[in-house]
Design a protein around this ligand. Structure first.
Ligand code: GLU
Length: 325
């Protein structure tokens, strides 16, 4: 037995050293050039230089930006509602690559998530079926333009309500209360906003997150990429040290790489989400607010929160609506 093992070991060594290893050492081996190609940055990634002017964070005055139109009941129609019913489907703008909010289910291929479910509830009340939706894929920076150009009926994409946006579009009442935070690599020494000075932070243009982080931490070097999914990739490739946006979006990124990444630090800002609707389509605003009233009251909101956002903790009380009149 011993002999057999000995012969086997010698044979394996002979095979392993066939390329020549007897007497080789690191110092005597001929120099080999080992090339390490840094992975490319995502297309359209733009470093935001530290001397780029920071837009002042003073939101134009509009009173409470989250105040919206009071619902009138689902029996009531209106020009926008009638047009959608005549078309037979609701055209919804969202991001199809946003984990937890709107992403393709790997088995069914359907767009699922918290934002997708909110849109489905609107379609259920408006058209009698949650499935009568046509999705248009939108990046963060495309949301306002899509609403202004009327290429979508509504936007359900983690969209913060603020006075600046209210000048261009209308919003439903608040359907989720998010808070901007930081996502970092575990044990990286980054424990919040203060540790981002001199570090590289990934954000997406056209978001409240970009202006907020530049304002709150001017010492950070910013890399702007087209989507939050791109931010996860550049964090994994060590091309940035952190990502900063809403906790709910960051939780979706962290869930895709939970051993490597974690949310750190407290809230940097309050980000109330609303459904974006083109200006002038007040009948649809009132209708969507009616759906939000229903899902707050009948437990649907809590069910979909539990289904998608449990990583953030147990479901809170649904956001209270504020009405203009
Ligand atoms: N809530 C932020 C915003 O509306 C970020 C969300 C996003 O990029 O989808 O700008």
């Amino acid at each position: 037995m011993k002999t057999t093992r000995g012969i086997l070991a010698a044979a394996l060594l002979a095979v392993a050293c066939a390329g020549g290893c007897a007497g080789d050492s690191l110092s005597s081996a001929p120099a080999k050039i080992v090339r390490y190609d840094e992975p490319p940055l995502p297309a359209k990634a733009v470093p935001v230089l530290p001397n780029t002017p920071i837009t002042p964070l003073v939101d134009p005055q509009c009173g409470d930006p989250t105040a919206s139109l009071r619902p009138t009941g689902s029996a009531v129609g209106g020009p926008t509602i009638d047009a959608i019913r005549a078309r037979g489907r609701l055209v919804v703008g969202l991001d199809t690559g946003s984990n937890l909010f709107s992403f393709r289910d790997p088995v069914s291929g359907a767009v699922v998530g918290f934002d997708a479910d909110i849109a489905r509830e609107v379609a259920r009340d408006l058209l009698g079926s949650p499935d009568l939706i046509e999705y248009r894929s939108l990046g963060s920076a495309d949301r306002e333009r899509a609403l202004q150009n009327h290429t979508v009926d509504l936007v359900a994409k983690t969209m913060t309500i603020n006075c600046e946006r209210r000048q261009k579009v209308t919003f439903s009442t608040v359907y989720l209360r998010a808070y901007q935070r930081v996502l970092a690599v575990k044990n990286s020494g980054i424990n919040g906003l203060a540790d981002l000075a001199g570090r590289r932070v990934c954000v997406v243009p056209g978001t409240t997150s970009l202006e907020r982080i530049r304002h709150e931490q001017p010492g950070a070097t910013i890399l702007a990429v087209p989507t939050w999914a791109d931010c996860l990739v550049v964090l994994q490739q060590r091309q940035v040290d952190a990502v900063s946006t809403d906790d709910a979006i960051l939780a979706g990124l962290a869930a895709q790489d939970p051993y490597y990444t974690q949310l750190v630090g407290g809230s940097i800002s309050f980000e109330p989400y609303g459904i974006g609707i083109p200006k002038g389509n007040d009948d649809l605003v009132r209708f969507v607010n009616g759906t939000l009233e229903r899902i707050r009251a009948d437990g649907t909101w809590t069910r979909i929160y539990r289904q998608w956002l449990s990583v953030l903790g147990p479901p809170p009380v649904p956001p209270e609506p504020t009405y203009l009149d």
